[in-house]
Design a binder for this molecule. Structure first.
Ligand code: NAD
Ligand code: MG
Length: 387
């Protein structure tokens, strides 16, 4: 029998935008290179069952426990788990090589740490967990000798630009940002932004939370902190440049002034596939770049006066400790309130800033301290919504 040389992958968050793209990649690569061996989702059990049937997956988890029996009925013979415990089971599945973490928010943090402990390689899309506890995740991964492959397109690009280079010759990581739907809007108009306007991203099609984060620029702020932990550089070496076409996915500047960039068409299947097949490169069914058609690539400075998120993230990253977790938690609460129509668009950054101010002296960097800061920040942000 031919030996299997591909990857056996568990997808946590399989019904989301990244999860669906990951399944597209699995179809494209075929079972010789990527086998899906476990699937987990939050609430959509019917979609999860359909995915499990298509890929012949036995181990599935639905976070919402009330849907467990409905899922079991749809998957007779399946091994169905639920809740936080179920996520842990899938993250440590015996026959998995790699865990793709694509759950929105921070619910993937403890499963990620469990996966590392079980010696699984990680492909991480969930930037929130790296913002919250990047140092802990990366230290644990180093100690266990597991690989952490970035799925976020900017970080996947930087990962590619760093291959074969020496870490001590990096002078800057330059994250590109599309600028979101309000890139050119006057600051005064931003207070009246509606949910529908914020959900119209100019270049990427993504889940709701990250789309709002892109409109406020908190997405880029979170990515700055994500980058410093993934690549082990100081916060002062992480820069942002607005690039409306989203073709240059990010760049690395070296000490000699040389800049390496990674380019491709705008599709998350590129970084997902590279995370799965790394260090190999495989053909994709995706459209190659046509430079004549593109004609121009533009760059401009981020407008930090209109979009305070980049400044706030830089401050949180420089301060370290629990402050990145505080920024992330307050942002999750504020985005949720904006989506529910309870908070104005520009109030998102105000709620984050006031929560950071209240917890600025909150010390600590252990997992317990970070989880406590996350909880406290959520409480304070909820209170700040009313002000
Ligand atoms: P999404 O909202 O489309 O999907 C989220 C997925 O997580 C769904 O499958 C949902 O069922 C699942 N989920 C939510 N809570 C869960 C829980 N407690 N337990 C198990 N599953 C749960 O989000 P998305 O756009 O796919 O983004 C996922 C993550 O990837 C986010 O952290 C985001 O920042 C990051 N990311 C997304 C993109 C993108 O293009 N969408 C790009 C880069 C990074
Ligand atoms: Mg990104």
């Amino acid at each position: 029998m031919k030996e299997f040389t591909g990857k056996r992958v568990v997808i946590l968050g399989s019904t989301g935008s990244i999860g669906e793209s990951a399944l597209k990649v699995a179809r494209e690569l075929g079972p010789d290179q990527m086998q899906v061996v476990g699937l987990a989702a939050g609430t959509r059990h019917e979609e999860l069952a359909a995915q499990a049937k298509e890929f012949g997956v036995r181990d599935v988890c639905i976070y919402d426990e009330s849907r467990r029996s409905a899922l079991e009925e749809l998957l007779p013979g399946g091994n169905v788990s639920a809740g936080a415990e179920g996520l842990m089971e899938l993250a440590t599945l015996a026959n998995a090589d790699m865990i793709l973490v694509s759950i929105v928010g921070t619910a993937g943090l403890l499963p990620t740490l469990a996966a590392i402990e079980a010696g699984k390689d990680l492909a991480i899309a969930s930037k929130e967990i790296l913002v919250m506890a990047g140092e802990i995740v990366m230290t644990a991964a180093r100690e266990k000798g597991v690989n952490v492959l970035p799925v976020d397109s900017e970080h996947n690009a930087i990962f590619q630009c760093l291959e074969g280079q020496r870490g001590d010759s990096i002078s800057r990581l330059i994250l590109t940002a599309s600028g979101g739907p309000f890139r050119t809007w006057e600051k005064e108009k931003l207070a009246h932004v509606t949910l529908a306007q914020a959900l119209k991203h100019p270049t990427w099609s993504m889940g709701q939370k990250i789309t709002i984060d892109s409109a406020t620029m908190f997405n880029k702020g979170l990515e700055m902190i994500e980058a410093r932990w993934l690549f082990g550089v100081g916060m002062e070496k992480v820069d942002v440049i607005v690039h409306p076409q989203s073709i240059v996915h990010s760049m690395v500047e070296y000490l000699d002034g040389s800049v390496l960039a990674q380019l491709s068409t705008t599709d998350m299947c590129f970084p997902i596939q590279y995370a799965v097949t790394w260090p190999a490169r495989c053909p994709t069914g995706l459209k190659p770049l046509d430079f004549a058609e593109l004609a121009k690539l533009e760059f401009e400075a981020a407008r930090e006066d209109a979009f305070p998120a980049v400044r706030l993230a830089r401050e949180a990253g420089l301060a370290g400790g629990c402050l990145p977790a505080v920024l992330n938690a307050a942002n999750e609460v504020a985005v949720d309130a904006f989506v529910q129509g309870r908070l104005g668009f520009t109030r998102i950054a105000e709620v984050v800033e006031s929560t950071m101010e209240k917890l600025a002296s909150h010390q600590g960097q252990t997992l317990e301290e970070i989880l406590a800061a996350d909880t406290r920040a959520r409480e304070l942000a909820q209170k700040a919504l009313a002000v």
